[in-house]
Design a protein around this ligand. Structure first.
Ligand SMILES: NC(=O)N[C@@H](CC(=O)O)C(=O)O
Ligand SMILES: [Zn+2]
Ligand SMILES: [Zn+2]
Length: 352
């Protein structure tokens, strides 16, 4: 008999949906597996006010509507992009809003569309951080320093020392999500830290180490930020995700970029995983004999951290081979999903 696994419908606590044709090309992939997703605000220009977040959300809902997918009931949870100029009123507006849930910190220059990010968090954002702490608005952190003298592979570990510890000491009750955790240093920090902290973990950082970027030649579709790390770090992430620690939960960081911009002299950072995210996570959990923890990681710990109800619907995963397409349409361009062409042992039961 084919093995199946039925779990509470999961949520994706870190997702890039883009805009326009790109949005229309990818949004259904998330909506078919996930009930809710935290939508990243790193558009051009970035989403910095509640009004902008609401009109972006309307764009997302319209894209689903055009494709006849309203009945999926997908709920995009919006975020604002923290800048040096974010105002206390912007945070107060979040607390009043039914659709905006968090503020995202991109250190200036750290990643895709982060040039308007924060230059001096503890110097320039004190009033805003105080207000977030008081109103229980979570800060979602891209945790890498941008100092060019720091080795790319060390930027997360150095961020903990230079920024995270001081930030959390200054605002001990601020809810913080350490996004797309990639190192054993990060896992140890999140596990041991006091106060309200959580961390998202992507499928690529659970499945691959940095050798994947260089196997048989330079492979741009395995390039994301924070970059894949060595095997010891991957093992620590798998251990954390499959443990019973409520601080570690699912966030794909699915980040679509057109094929020609990935296969480029300065290729964009980001892996597209929304298409087959639950296939990838189930593969990891099954490989270490911990499918029993997949539901907690994918469906329970995220809403618990954000103080939201868990979903009441279910999805079923089936242990049948799933082959990842070589590429997908992406407006006028094409999109190469993570591990394109490869076969994995689990798939989501087709419902819609
Ligand atoms: N993760 C990535 O490699 N890229 C993300 C940005 C981010 O999450 O840092 C993107 O928007 O492309
Ligand atoms: Zn990031
Ligand atoms: Zn991201």
């Amino acid at each position: 008999m084919t093995q199946t696994l039925t779990i509470t419908t999961p949520d994706d606590w870190h997702l890039h949906l883009r805009e326009g044709d790109a949005l229309r090309a990818v949004v259904a992939d998330s909506a078919r597996q996930f009930k809710r997703a935290i939508i990243m605000p790193n558009l051009r220009p970035p989403i910095t006010t509640v009004d902008q977040a609401l009109s972006y959300r309307a764009q997302i809902m319209a894209a689903l509507h055009e494709q006849g997918l309203d009945s999926l009931g997908f709920d995009p949870l919006m975020t604002l992009y923290l800048t040096d100029n974010t105002r206390v009123e912007d945070i107060e507006a979040i607390a009043q809003s039914a659709h905006v849930y968090a503020v995202k910190l991109y250190p200036a220059g750290a990643t895709t569309n982060s040039d308007q990010g924060v230059t001096d968090l503890l110097g320039r954002c004190t009033k805003v951080l105080e207000t977030m702490q008081r109103l229980s608005v979570p800060l979602l952190v891209h945790g890498e320093v941008t100092d060019p003298t720091i080795d790319v592979f060390d930027r997360e570990a150095v961020f903990i020392e230079r920024v995270m510890i001081g930030l959390r000491r200054a605002y001990p009750a601020l809810k913080v999500v350490f996004e797309h955790l990639t190192t054993k240093d990060g896992v140890d920090y999140v596990r041991e830290a006091e106060g309200p902290i959580g961390a998202t973990i992507t499928p690529q950082h659970l499945l691959y180490n940095r050798n994947a970027i260089f196997t048989g030649g330079l492979r741009p579709h395995w390039y994301c930020l924070p970059v894949l790390k060595r095997e010891t770090h991957r093992l620590a992430l798998v251990q954390a995700a499959t443990s019973d620690n409520p601080r570690f939960f699912l966030g794909t960081d699915s980040a679509p970029h057109a094929r020609h911009l990935k296969e480029h002299a300065s290729g964009c950072a980001g892996c597209y995983s929304a298409l087959h995210a639950m296939t990838l996570y189930a593969t990891v959990f099954d490989a270490v004999g911990r499918l029993d923890r997949l539901e907690a990681f994918a469906s329970h710990r995220g809403p618990d951290f954000y103080g939201l109800p868990r979903n009441t619907t279910k999805i079923t995963l089936v242990k049948e081979p799933y082959q990842v397409p070589e590429q997908l349409p992406f407006g006028k361009a094409s999109l190469v999903p993570l591990a394109s062409g490869e076969t994995f042992p689990w798939r989501v039961q087709a419902g819609v």
